[in-house]
Design a protein around this ligand. Structure first.
Ligand code: IMP
Length: 431
């Protein structure tokens, strides 16, 4: 039976949520396998805009069961906030939402730890994170002795014992980071979280088992990656990455479903490039308030869904995307926000880098090396006409077709979906 993964091939914010939303009709389960409430997914449905950070966007479809897999890090406050918001908007939330008992819990001390680490040393070691406690929570998961899973909240005595053993060390670490650090008290934190557990427990289960049974019953799974592949902790621009496997490499570990079940992997690419937070970005248009970078930012409304930070904007980088497409085993591409480029008269595509005087088309998976890469561009004419009402490929202006075809050629994959606006209808299915 067909299972699909939708994965971003750049630094996140490629508009994956829209494609997931379109694909829900063909699937029974939607699964998030990495990250937490650092993701920002915007979906426009029937004229309403939904912004989700933690819950899979597929939850908006009544036919789907939405799963938060074991690879996700869960802040209960965000979980309850988002479910309440959806209920208010008339989206039913009940046994259609499952939360892995093995997902790790984010606590307020994770958020505090991140804040202190990001501002430490005058901020010179900052990653530019979303401030949601994601990194410290994954650190505790790998550390083992300090990590607490969702399922542990359902056993009050055990849960209190865990917090009692963890918090002295955690408080000492926080104090060492800053004398003004907040301190956390086990009983108070335990009571707070047991309150959340009461409201969440009906969703908690062994989701890996549920997914295996679903596969056996011939159900179709849709995996929804958060962030983009270039932020993958192993394969992205380390250390300026997130703390999880945001490429398709995370599917297996983050859900318990073997990757061989994936029969369709759709790589989502934005028609240009954006990045939030720090880290190298060879094709960045850092050309001031009157420059093209700002024009693209304004036209594409490129501001972070989670933090509201302006996204850095730049030209399309085929060296970076070819790297993430190969890494992710991608079969086809969905080209998003092509309409935004209508405001640009001449388009540049990065086809290779110059690094230390040598031309290369290999993407270095280290930030310090990528910083030394200068983009080599080819230039294509723009189309400078509104394309947002076009519904057929053959009606796209020839320059837009040429741009799309050239990207496909350089990435060595076909484009199967073109998006020319936020609405579902503003989508061209190539095949
Ligand atoms: P963290 O995931 O909050 O630890 O942040 C690490 C890096 O990933 C920072 O550069 C963030 O801006 C970036 N990041 C995290 N989530 C997203 C996302 O959903 N879209 C784009 N960038 C993200």
């Amino acid at each position: 039976m067909a299972s699909t993964c939708v994965v971003g091939l750049q630094w996140g914010d490629e508009a994956k949520g829209k494609i997931v939303d379109i694909l829900t009709a063909e699937h029974d389960f939607v699964v998030r396998y990495n990250g937490g409430a650092n993701a920002g997914h915007t979906v426009v449905r029937d004229g309403k805009t939904y912004k989700l950070s933690l819950l899979p966007t597929g939850i908006l479809s009544p036919n789907m069961t939405a799963v938060i897999g074991n690879g996700v890090v869960v802040n209960p406050v965000k979980f309850l906030e988002e479910t309440a918001q959806l209920r208010q908007a008339g989206i039913p939330i009940g046994d259609n939402l499952l939360l892995s008992n093995h997902a790790h819990l984010i606590f307020p001390y994770h958020v505090e730890e991140e804040r202190l680490c990001e501002q430490g040393n005058g901020g010179d070691q900052a990653i530019g994170t979303t401030g949601r406690g994601i990194g410290p929570c994954y650190m505790d998961k790998v550390n083992r002795a300090q990590g607490i899973r969702v399922g542990e909240m359902l056993h009050p005595e055990h849960f209190l014992e865990r917090l009692r053993s963890i918090l002295p060390r955690k408080n000492a670490i926080l104090k060492a980071l800053s004398p003004d650090a907040r301190a956390f008290e086990p009983k108070a934190l335990c009571d707070e979280y047991l309150g959340y557990a009461q409201q969440m427990k009906s969703h908690v289960c062994d989701t890996a088992d549920v997914l295996h049974r679903a596969l056996k019953d011939g159900k179709r799974l849709l995996f929804e990656a958060a962030q983009g592949s270039l932020l993958d902790v192993d394969h992205g621009t380390y250390p300026y990455v997130t703390s999880s496997n945001s490429s398709t490499t995370g599917v297996w570990s983050g859900s318990g479903v073997p990757a061989r079940n994936l029969t369709r992997i759709i790589g989502i690419i934005k028609a240009y490039t954006t990045r939030v937070g720090r880290g190298p970005f060879p094709t960045e248009l850092d050309d001031g308030p009157e420059g093209l970078g700002e024009k693209i930012r304004k036209t594409g409304r490129e501001y972070g869904t989670v933090t509201g930070r302006p996204r850095r904007c730049g030209w399309f980088d085929t060296v970076a995307v070819r790297h993430s497409a190969r890494l992710g085993g991608v079969d086809e591409l969905a080209l998003m926000l092509l309409d935004v480029l209508s405001v640009v008269s001449e388009l540049k595509i990065c086809t290779a880098y110059e690094m230390d005087g040598q031309k290369t088309d290999v993407f270095p998976g280290d930030a310090f090396l990528l910083e030394r890469c200068k983009p080599i561009y080819e230039t294509l004419p723009g189309w400078q006409t509104d394309i947002s009402a076009i519904r057929e490929l053959k009606k796209l202006p020839p320059a837009a077709r040429r741009y799309m075809d050239r990207l496909a050629e350089l990435i060595e994959l076909p484009v199967s979906i073109v998006s020319i606006g936020p609405d579902r209808e503003q989508t061209i299915m190539v095949k």
